[in-house]
Design a protein around this ligand. Structure first.
Ligand code: HEM
Ligand code: HEM
Ligand code: SF4
Ligand code: SF4
Length: 418
């Protein structure tokens, strides 16, 4: 189908070395024959001309029994572009780590050719498969085809968002966790929380197999699960020698860049003071053959990351420095129970105290880490800091301090001279 709108401004975006979304939308309109893609080009060009958006935000659309998974969108100029009168977005739960067979990809593409605009986003920032541009009456048939082929919608709105993870042990030798199993387990355990929004705002789980944190869990997930180890970095001194022979300046690029200053290189061998190591992964990333994470592996659980909306951006903060996270049985309920007990208490507290649109990290900021720890029944420990090596989160209450706040200053000064 030929494109029926002139798009001189959009055409500019096809120039240059980068892939262009304009080119993609044109392909869907032209080769694909999608009238939705065609009118999308027209409406977007108009927006660029007038420097004003033409989408109406909001509106409740969805599929029967679910409160989320579809984000409603309508054009405010439907008389000019009738094929984008409705332009809803479907979020579809991706497989953990985003592994597909080509057959599954074809199935998804066929379903979307049949019911929608042909425009996809693989993958959204949520991790989901995103189908962009669906009419209201096509939602149920599209959903029926997806579920018949083993796919389900993901989370949107004030719900649990689709959990996501890095490739983990499937492809990465650094992974300290079975990231796929954790993600699958959380997804299946919390189906109700994902499909039926009931909270102050969104909540995300993201799982990275090691501190490289390829899914950026620490910056994006309300609950970040990051693989780590508590024994020693494995060193292969023969490979250390090979790196030196190949010309790597080990002192300059590895030892001197260790943020904990806990490494040394003498007589052709690397030594590490593992007690001081912060598991930053730098040395392992540089000397992949010589250094590897330890073998006593688990996860650090952190809480409260978010992008700015009410407050500024926040990274998540440590709540459990080390938790063993191995699968112990085939029953979902038997696995990761310590994490889930914590999560249940956390959600209860957030649900009870959170204001509308307040992420759990903002609630902690407002009421204090201390109140959060009381609610989840965890004792404060030194690893709970707001920023590395600076400010502790924990402020003592009067009953925690021997003798309370009231002191006999005379008596104190007698013992401690000013
Ligand atoms: C110059 C144009 C555009 C820019 C710079 C842009 C940029 C972005 C970025 C940076 C993200 C987050 C991506 C990620 O981390 O996965 C995003 C997400 C998204 N974009 Fe765009 N975008 C553009 C055009 C469009 C258009 C034309 C559409 C709709 C037809 C669109 C719909 C979306 C949606 C629905 C998401 C969210 C996906 C999710 O739910 O995770 N964007 N965009
Ligand atoms: C076709 C047009 C658009 C599409 C498909 C789109 C899609 C989306 C999606 C999928 C989300 C995430 C919702 C969620 O996570 O629950 C979102 C959020 C958001 N969009 Fe849009 N959007 C569009 C136009 C706009 C426009 C024109 C604006 C601003 C003028 C806008 C501002 C925002 C903001 C501020 C959020 C964050 C809302 C929140 O989660 O609190 N969007 N949009
Ligand atoms: S986060 Fe670590 S384990 Fe996961 S893919 Fe990245 S490097 Fe590998
Ligand atoms: S992981 Fe980081 S902190 Fe630990 S020894 Fe290597 S460079 Fe140093």
């Amino acid at each position: 189908m030929p494109i029926t709108h002139k798009t001189p401004l959009l055409d500019e975006l096809e120039k240059g070395p980068w892939p262009s979304f304009v080119k993609d939308i044109k392909r869907a309109a032209d080769e694909g024959g999608s009238p939705t893609a065609n009118d999308l080009l027209g409406q977007l060009e108009l927006s660029y001309e007038q420097k004003i958006g033409h989408w109406k935000h909001g509106g409740i659309v969805g599929v029967f029994g679910y409160g989320g998974g579809v984000i409603g969108r309508y054009s405010d100029v439907p008389h000019l572009f009738p094929s984008v009168t409705h332009f809803h977005t479907l979020r579809i739960n991706q497989p953990a780590s985003k592994f597909y067979s080509s057959e599954q990809l074809r199935t998804l593409a066929d379903i979307w050719d049949k019911h929608g605009s042909m425009i996809t986003n693989m993958h959204g920032s949520t991790g989901d498969i995103i189908f962009l541009g669906c009419r209201t009456e096509a939602l149920e048939p599209c959903f029926a085809d997806l579920t018949a082929n083993g796919f389900d919608l993901g989370g949107s709105g004030s719900a649990l968002r689709t959990p996501s993870c890095c490739v983990g042990r499937a492809r990465c030798e650094w992974s300290c966790l079975d990231t796929q199993d954790i993600t699958y387990n959380l997804t299946m355990t919390y189906q109700d929380e994902m499909h039926r929004p009931a909270w102050p705002y969104k909540f995300k789980f993201k799982t990275s197999g090691c501190p490289n944190d390829c899914v950026a869990a620490i910056a994006r997930a309300d609950c970040s699960i990051i693989g780590t180890w508590r024994d020693e970095i494995r060193i292969n001194q023969k490979e250390v020698q090979n790196y030196a022979d190949a010309g790597l300046d080990i002192q300059k690029y590895v030892i001197d860049l260790c943020p904990a200053e806990c490494m040394s290189y003498q007589d052709g061998e690397i030594q590490i003071n593992n007690k001081k190591c912060t598991r930053c992964m730098h040395c392992i990333n540089v000397m992949t053959k010589a250094l590897r994470p330890g073998t006593d592996v688990g996860a650090t659980i952190l809480i409260g990351a978010k992008a700015p909306i009410l407050e500024g951006a926040q990274m998540s903060a440590v709540v459990m420095p080390f938790l063993k996270m191995e699968k112990v049985s085939d029953d979902l309920d038997d696995n990761y129970t310590e994490l889930k007990d914590f999560i249940d208490k956390l959600w209860e507290w957030w649900d009870e105290n959170g204001k509308n649109r307040e992420r759990v990290g903002e609630l902690i900021q407002r009421l204090g880490y201390r109140a959060f720890l009381d609610a989840v029944e965890i004792d404060p420990i030194p690893q709970m800091i707001k920023e590395p090596r600076s400010n502790p989160y924990i402020f003592f209450l009067e009953q925690d301090v021997e003798g309370g706040w009231e002191r006999d200053l005379e008596e104190y000064r007698a013992r401690h001279q000013a």
